[in-house]
Write a protein that binds this ligand. Structure first.
Ligand SMILES: [Zn+2]
Length: 270
């Protein structure tokens, strides 16, 4: 069983490796040109990532791996009561946790108050791997707080939770890559895994396209629940990205982003 002291490395190890690999990919095969200076965008997105991490440490003081470890030794939770083989419990964990992420993301777009918070992620006027790090600190507390509660309720196998953490760390960067897989690979991978080409549709400035492709790891939830969209209506290289109501200056300001949820008048409702 993984030790508590190693839990964080299941996130940071894959994250740092993916950051290096996807950074090279985006640099040598960029799909779109950024409308604002890259150092400025990366600084803002890094500051927002630091604020979401700080909010989690201050408010939640825990991580999915630690909650899974704690609940596994308590004898509580639903999944240990299932008379299933370990492989089936692993599969159930991976699917259940990914579906929870899908449902959380769908709610962020459906509930007005949550959309105000989630707008910070969509306000990025460009799309590269650092877009996947850019959230309002309130979003990290709400999303991760409810995720931790679900893990406490389910008590899934600890190693399966850590495997999802590792996949999520890589996927936050990969799904937002400013690059496309070669077409033949894209056709196969998108059947089972969310690709940058698929998730980019969700960052279109078009409101209908923003309400498509909510999935984190697997596109199966979008396909089953009718929110799947294979391609945007405009070419991916030139389609407008971000929130049309915000200027480049506003979407590049830390203060404007932190106060976006309480902005008067609010941006349009979802
Ligand atoms: Zn979204």
């Amino acid at each position: 069983m993984p030790e508590a002291s190693h839990a964080a490395w299941w996130y940071w190890g894959p994250f740092l490796a993916a950051f290096a690999v996807i950074g090279f990919w985006e640099t040598f095969a960029p799909l779109r040109a950024s409308p604002v200076s890259t150092p400025r965008r990366w600084l803002l997105n890094a500051l927002l990532m630091a604020s979401t991490n700080a909010a989690q440490v201050i408010v939640l003081r825990s991580s999915p791996g630690l909650v899974a470890l704690a609940v596994s030794s308590s004898g509580l939770g639903l999944m240990p009561k299932l008379p299933w083989p370990p492989a089936a419990l692993w599969l159930l964990t991976i699917l259940a946790l990914d579906f929870i992420r899908y449902a959380q993301h769908w709610l962020m777009h459906r509930v007005g108050l949550l959309w105000r918070i989630h707008q910070v992620h969509h306000a990025d006027p460009h799309y590269d791997m650092t877009t996947g790090l850019r959230f309002h600190p309130l979003e990290s507390v709400l999303v991760n707080g409810s995720y931790l509660a679900a893990i406490a309720l389910l008590a899934p196998p600890v190693a399966a939770v850590l495997a999802v953490e590792a996949a999520a760390a890589v996927q936050a960067l990969f799904a937002h890559a400013n690059a496309d897989l070669p077409a033949p690979l894209e056709r196969w991978v998108r059947r089972v895994w969310v690709t940058p080409t698929l998730h980019r549709v969700h960052h279109s400035a078009d409101r209908c396209e923003q309400n498509r492709n909510f999935g984190m790891l697997f596109p199966i939830w979008d396909r089953l629940l009718g929110t799947y969209l294979a391609a945007p209506s405009l070419p991916a290289r030139t389609m407008p990205i971000g929130l049309a109501e915000l200027s480049l200056t506003q979407s590049s300001s830390l203060l404007a982003m932190l106060t976006l949820p309480v902005r008067r008048p609010p941006l349009r409702r979802p």
